[in-house]
Design a protein around this ligand. Structure first.
Ligand code: 173
Length: 323
């Protein structure tokens, strides 16, 4: 059937209207997300709170769909995936992507909060590093106030770890190696089996999460004091980030500010977790005196030496704004 003049005219009017309505409204965008920590467990929870906040407040603007966790993508691959755009957004600790951003190893050395780092310009330095070396926007950081510990199946009496085989990631590597341990690097998902089979005598992990993962069944001791500070980053593929509208970027910034404010809850959660560990029969070995000093000094010295070897200027620059 031939178009009538009236039909043709109405098409022309519609076209004209769509061009004359000013800047076109951006369509809702859906970001595909992944997390290096199993969904529902401790270090995935802040990311999940972030996603819930975005999906509630970002209707018609931007939504996030989590396409899977470590069961779908190996944790040490998550950095590559968000860098290359296989996913748009990721929840991952810098220790899992030191292959792409070696200086990321410095983030655990921070003694202040992400709010302090935003105020003193440190956030901008860390963001610039992520953008130029990894093609990601460093949206923000969770895990403040949470220290790491060594957990063991056999007791120690001092800071010497020689003769012990310990599961690590880059977080603990320099420190435990300096203290004489044999190291095996594994993703979190391999720890339970390694303990069960006796291929490791212990592992590094934060104060939170042991019971979540069921590792308490295989763990006899926690060594105190803790050291360093957990950093779990939320990263956005840089091409994707640049393609978003101002409104979409502002929404993500607001969502991360909300999520970073939740970091303050970690102080209370740490205390609850310590109680739960005690109730699960995990005994605390508290290093005192010289042993304690050696433990904490080695953490600091080995940690900063390692990042200084990678880039002395960048390490000094970060150190000045993270302490
Ligand atoms: O796997 C790890 O022990 C690790 O590096 C880490 C980092 C941040 C949070 C939890 C674990």
């Amino acid at each position: 059937m031939k178009k009538t003049i009236a039909q043709a005219a109405s098409v022309a009017v519609l076209l004209a209207a769509s061009f004359s309505a000013g800047p076109a409204l951006a369509e809702e965008v859906t970001l595909r997300g992944t997390t290096a920590f199993a969904l529902g467990t401790t270090f995935s929870r802040p990311y999940e709170a972030f996603v819930d906040w975005i999906n509630k407040n970002g209707k018609g603007v931007l939504q996030i769909q989590t396409v899977g966790g470590p069961e779908a993508m190996p944790p040490f691959e998550v950095g590559n995936a968000v860098s290359s755009g296989v996913v748009d957004i990721a929840n991952v600790t810098a220790a899992f992507y030191t292959n792409i951003l070696p200086m990321g190893d410095a983030l655990k050395l921070a003694e202040n909060t992400i709010q302090d780092q935003r105020a003193n310009g440190c956030y901008d330095k860390v963001d610039a590093m992520h953008q130029s070396q990894m093609n990601v926007k460093y949206l923000g950081r969770t895990g403040d106030h949470v220290n790491f510990h060594l957990y063991l199946t056999k007791p120690i009496t001092g800071a010497d770890l020689s003769g012990l085989t310990i599961r690590t990631t880059p977080v603990y590597q320099a420190m435990f190696q300096t203290l004489g341990a044999n190291l095996i690097r594994t993703p979190p998902g391999d720890v339970y089996t390694a303990l069960e089979r006796g291929t490791i005598d212990g592992y590094g992990w934060p104060i939170q999460g042991i019971l979540d993962l069921g590792w308490d069944e295989q763990t006899k001791y926690r060594v105190d004091p803790g050291f360093y500070q957990v950093d779990v980053e939320i990263l956005v593929n840089l091409d994707k980030w640049k393609g978003l509208s101002d409104e979409q970027r502002a929404l993500l910034e607001e969502g991360i500010a909300y999520t970073e404010a939740l970091n303050a809850n970690n102080v209370a959660i740490n205390a609850e977790e310590a109680k739960k560990q005690e109730a699960a029969g995990i005994k605390v070995i508290t290093l005192e005196g010289d042993a304690r000093q050696k433990w904490l000094d080695t953490a600091q010295t080995a940690g900063w030496d390692k990042v200084s070897e990678i880039d002395a200027d960048a390490a000094a620059s970060l150190r000045s704004c993270m302490q």
